[in-house]
Design a protein around this ligand. Structure first.
Ligand code: FES
Length: 233
């Protein structure tokens, strides 16, 4: 079946303005948006630029705006969309070319929250730091984040100021702050408790709607605020 795609095009080195190019693709049953982009790149226009890797919704590379909604191109089935399909890069990020965005600052913000386990006391056994099943369960809904940036890109506070850590970095911070084995909250405080940290979130919940993994970054941010308040008191 033939489907029509309007695809955002912009080469900052050559173009003065972005534009949309239209492509017609004979799609097959079960194809995702990424399959259509590959077909366009491989058979119609080799200059089309976008990022992808795993093709299984794991690496987070292929997040983009599909018919106005942030999605993973490798997971979005074409059959779920009606009519012409519009594909654009994630909003709020600098564009490298076409659908390819520059995520460097996004990952700089992530590094500020130290997204790794910080433990200072020696482990209780010579093999590992133990955790009860109940304590481990608290982390569900946090560790599944694949850092695709769909949530951060949907956040008006981030559009306004890209120094805002954003929902992805804050959810990742909560994943470690909530971990009973972690002892690094004081190292993360400077970033989390700053004007670009948890207090900048306006609880608009766009991030919840945008997350392709059905996570709730806003809830993570609220929990971080509670934890910071407890620390301050
Ligand atoms: S290509 Fe890895 S998440 Fe889509």
């Amino acid at each position: 079946m033939e489907r029509t795609f309007r695809i955002f095009r912009f080469n900052p080195e050559k173009d003065r303005q972005p534009r949309y190019d239209t492509f017609t693709v004979a799609v097959q049953d079960g194809w995702t948006i990424l399959d259509a982009l590959n077909e366009i790149k491989w058979r119609q226009d080799g200059t089309l630029s976008y990022r992808r890797s795993c093709r299984h919704g794991i690496c987070g590379s292929c997040a983009m705006m599909i018919n106005g909604k942030n999605e993973l191109a490798c997971e979005k089935q074409i059959s779920t969309l009606k009519g012409e399909i519009t594909v654009a890069p994630l909003k709020g990020f600098p564009i490298v070319r076409d659908l390819l965005i520059d995520q460097e600052h996004f990952f700089e913000n992530l590094r500020l929250v130290r997204p790794w386990l910080i433990a200072r006391t020696p482990p209780p056994t010579d093999k590992e730091r133990l955790q009860s099943p109940e304590d481990r369960k608290v982390l569900d809904g946090t560790w599944e984040c694949i850092l695709c940036g769909a949530c951060t890109s949907s956040c008006p506070a981030f559009w306004d100021n890209d120094n805002f850590l954003g929902p992805a970095a804050l959810l990742k911070a909560y994943r470690y702050v909530a971990d009973t084995r972690d002892e690094g909250l004081d190292e993360r405080l400077q970033a989390l408790d700053s004007k670009h940290g948890v207090w900048r979130c306006h609880t608009i919940f766009n991030c919840v709607e945008a997350c392709p993994k059905s996570l709730n970054p806003t809830q993570g941010i609220v929990e971080l605020r509670r934890r910071l308040m407890r620390e301050k008191l």
